[in-house]
Design a protein around this ligand. Sequence first.
Ligand SMILES: Nc1nc2c(ncn2[C@@H]2O[C@H](COP(=O)(O)OP(=O)(O)OP(=O)(O)O)[C@@H](O)[C@H]2O)c(=O)[nH]1
Ligand SMILES: [Mg+2]
Length: 287
Amino acid sequence: MIQNINWYPGHMKKTRELIQENLKAVDLVIELLDSRIPISSRNPIIDELVGDKRRIVLLGKSDLADSEETEKWQRYFSRKGDKTVAIDARSGENINRLFSILDDVQREQNQLRQMNRSIRMMVVGVPNVGKSSLINRLIGKKSAKTGDKAGVTRGKQWVTLKNGMQLLDTPGILWPKFEDQRVGLYLAFCGSIRDEILDTQDLAFELIKVLEKRYPESLQNRYKLDEIQEETLDNMEAIAFKRGFLMPGKRIDYERTGRTVIDEFRSGKLGRITLETVPSEGEPEND
Ligand SMILES: Nc1nc2c(ncn2[C@@H]2O[C@H](COP(=O)(O)OP(=O)(O)OP(=O)(O)O)[C@@H](O)[C@H]2O)c(=O)[nH]1
Ligand SMILES: [Mg+2]
């Protein structure tokens, strides 16, 4: 049930330890967020973990998000002082922009330290946000694993990026922190929580409810609905009828309807959708 989405305190502790340990070995942290839910996909402990380390904020899966909203988010994070780039690891969009920022950081660091070496970095983010896809993009085809590096804790695997920089090859999974139920829901919508622990029908119901408010026209167009009705259940049933998701006796197949809406949202078939908008006065505007 939706009410029971939860995280395990043990995960959080392990993550914290792992990231803290790995942080010692890097100059820079690449924080990967989901463009559709930049607040919910951001683990609040990251600020504390990263401390004074340089950080680049990436708005990932930007191809699935509303580009106007993504631009607003970019400005929001830039105002907070972090270099921010919206990327699409599938097409490689803006990866070059990221590389040029990495160059700048390396130049700065080398000037500061009066040295000349490649910067080292790690990628952190919630499950399924696209960490591995990003890392593969950064590595490109020609790179090779470099194995342990002298002076770095044994066992850590480094990979060399296209531009010669070093990246820790185990992405830091930040287990989501559910400050409220909404955060859990939004992470579930976007696939950061294992579907096995979720109830498809409930989840879809909640997603439709959010879409009714934020993107009614997307729902209406995709499912050819005559209108958006007041009650979410009515809209869900209308979707089922339009798609013919009925069981013997004309009973509605809620499971299949729910699965379809969730899958079509996640794959972008419902259009480019951003669920969380930039907060105006400190608080996220959620619906
Ligand atoms: N549309 C779109 N899909 C993406 C993008 N980046 C990753 N994906 C997809 O998102 C899913 C998860 O990507 P991964 O790179 O495995 O994510 P991860 O963060 O490494 O996931 P975990 O290792 O499970 O934590 C895959 O189906 C990817 O194809 C993107 O920029 N756009
Ligand atoms: Mg991965």
